[in-house]
Design a protein around this ligand. Structure first.
Ligand code: ZN
Length: 191
């Protein structure tokens, strides 16, 4: 297991548009090892997801997994998912406010508007097609990760810069209200 270094906001790699990779490249040892390391790094940092650009590789791969995450206790679980060359398409114009944080943006969280329902088309790590739909809070997680592959961070999408807060102040001032909003989303969309 190798843990990768996670780029922090201000490093230009986080602003790169990642390139697509071919099936041949994906199946090679180098990328398969990289995916293992990406997953290990995400788990070690207790992230809900991690994109290749965050570990200095501008290729279109991200990992997502939520398993009773202590950083995001209101998030529904998502089994380990690796997306290669993902494309997200909103299924409606409906949106919700998510309260996001990011391993590349230390100790800040903020409110971001996300589509409520998205179609996900991608390959898995073996080059097999993934075609699925995600809804509610989980849809926000997918949009956050795929944004990274286009050089976008959640701070670019804040509903207002006044919603920015430290993790400590999220716990103290924001968590109760957002937990209610999150519960309503989970009740509606499951997870
Ligand atoms: Zn992030």
């Amino acid at each position: 297991m190798a843990l990768l270094k996670i780029a922090q906001i201000g490093h230009p790699i986080l602003r790169r548009t990642a390139r697509e990779i071919s099936r041949d490249e994906l199946m090679g040892d180098k990328i398969q090892r990289f995916i293992d390391d990406l997953i290990d790094t995400m788990r070690d940092a207790a992230g809900a997801g991690l994109a290749a650009t965050q570990v200095y590789e501008p290729i279109r791969i991200c990992a997502i997994e939520v398993k009773d995450n202590p950083r995001y206790p209101y998030k529904p679980n998502i089994p380990l998912t690796v997306l290669v060359n993902p494309k997200l398409t909103p299924l409606s114009q409906e949106s919700f406010e998510n309260f996001e944080g990011c391993l590349s943006v230390p100790n800040l969280r903020g409110r971001v508007r996300r589509f409520t329902e998205v179609q996900v088309d991608a390959w898995d790590r073996h080059g097999e097609n993934i075609s699925t739909q995600v809804r509610g809070i989980s849809a926000g997680t997918y949009q956050h990760e795929v944004d990274h592959l286009d050089g976008m961070l959640f701070v670019d999408r804040l509903v207002s810069s006044q919603t920015l807060c430290t993790w400590e102040h999220f716990e103290r001032f924001e968590k109760a209200l957002f937990a209610d909003e999150a519960r309503a989303l989970v009740e509606r969309w499951g997870g």
